[in-house]
Write a protein that binds this ligand. Structure first.
Ligand SMILES: NC(=O)c1ccc[n+]([C@@H]2O[C@H](COP(=O)([O-])OP(=O)(O)OC[C@H]3O[C@@H](n4cnc5c(N)ncnc54)[C@H](OP(=O)(O)O)[C@@H]3O)[C@@H](O)[C@H]2O)c1
Length: 272
């Protein structure tokens, strides 16, 4: 995951920022560590626009890192932060990490650096991490009930970020957008879709949250053996899906990027 540090009002020079220089990235590079404010002040020197994608840290650390980024951008004199947030940022939201994003949004509101906030739904790309296991076991076990999710692809999020960068700073400054796919799908729809695309017969098995949590290892098998944080937050996310908190559908990807967001069907077909 990279931050993009952009010089020039319309994104004419892009600098990549991360803790270590990633392989295969041709852009100039600066070290950006969200734990190190002084280092970030140096990294942001001369940078007009900062695209901030949070790390996968726990809620409190993620919020602290976000405040660090805002403080460093302010001290370095950046003219805009483009913050990749999440759909529900209420401080009391049951959504994992929501409070961190809410606190970072507040820090942005209270800072002198104008922000563009891009709140995102769940990534369509997440499905790719799960459906091989559904195909293998013939079961899609969930605790989300009829809850629907407006999956949006990482590509559409990236296209929206690029579109913001291609406009003058003033165009979207101070605005908040919610990036979603074109429709909200329940797990029954997702199972049908995978069955159709792969000629499979995956059965939907809806269980209570506690059972889902205790069966995660069995559901996911060795493929998820090391991802304890994913196992911890997935039942929480599925509860949020059940409550409809990730089901909002907007036209903001189209408004920003000029292209309609791709559906889960299109994305899954493209990645088959
Ligand atoms: N809505 C969704 O469905 C969804 C799905 C997936 C992810 N996300 C969000 O996307 C973001 C990234 O997730 P991911 O799946 O790409 O996670 P990931 O693969 O674990 O990547 C996390 C990135 O954060 C970097 N990082 C960690 N600590 C850092 C620090 N102190 N300073 C600077 N960079 C640091 C890591 O860099 P190193 O390589 O140096 O460790 C890594 O590149 C998270 O905010 C996550 O919540 C959302």
């Amino acid at each position: 995951m990279l931050d993009l540090l952009v010089n020039g009002g319309t994104g004419d020079q892009v600098v990549a920022g991360a803790r270590m220089q990633p392989e295969g990235v041709d852009a100039p590079f600066r070290v950006v560590d969200y734990d190190d404010v002084e280092g970030m002040v140096k990294a942001f020197d001369g940078v007009q626009r900062v695209v901030f994608i949070p790390s996968f840290a726990d809620t409190d650390k993620r919020a602290w890192q976000g405040r660090n980024v805002v403080a460093a951008a302010e001290r370095a004199g950046a003219s805009q932060i483009i913050f990749i947030s999440i759909m529900d940022t209420r401080l009391d939201s049951p959504m994992p990490f929501a409070r961190a994003y809410g606190e970072i949004e507040s820090a942005l509101t209270n800072s002198s650096v104008p922000a563009v906030i891009l709140r995102t739904s769940m990534y369509t790309d997440n499905l790719a991490e799960q459906y091989p296991m559904w195909l293998k076991t013939g079961q899609l076990v969930t605790c989300a009930g009829d809850g629907r999710v407006s999956y949006v692809s990482r590509d559409d999020i990236a296209a929206s970020i690029v579109a913001v960068l291609q406009e003058a700073v003033e165009r979207h400054g101070g605005k908040t957008y919610t990036l979603t796919g074109p429709e909200a799908l329940g797990y029954a729809d997702v199972a049908s879709l995978i069955n159709e695309l792969y000629g499979a017969k995956i059965k939907l098995v809806d269980v209570e949250r506690e059972e889902f949590a205790s069966r995660l290892k069995e559901i996911w098998g060795v493929a998820y053996g090391g991802l304890e944080h994913v196992a911890r937050v997935t039942p929480m996310f599925q509860t949020v899906f059940k409550q409809g908190l990730m089901s909002e559908v907007t036209s903001d990807v189209l408004r920003l990027s000029g292209r309609p967001p791709e559906s889960a069907r299109t994305w899954l077909t493209r990645h088959k």
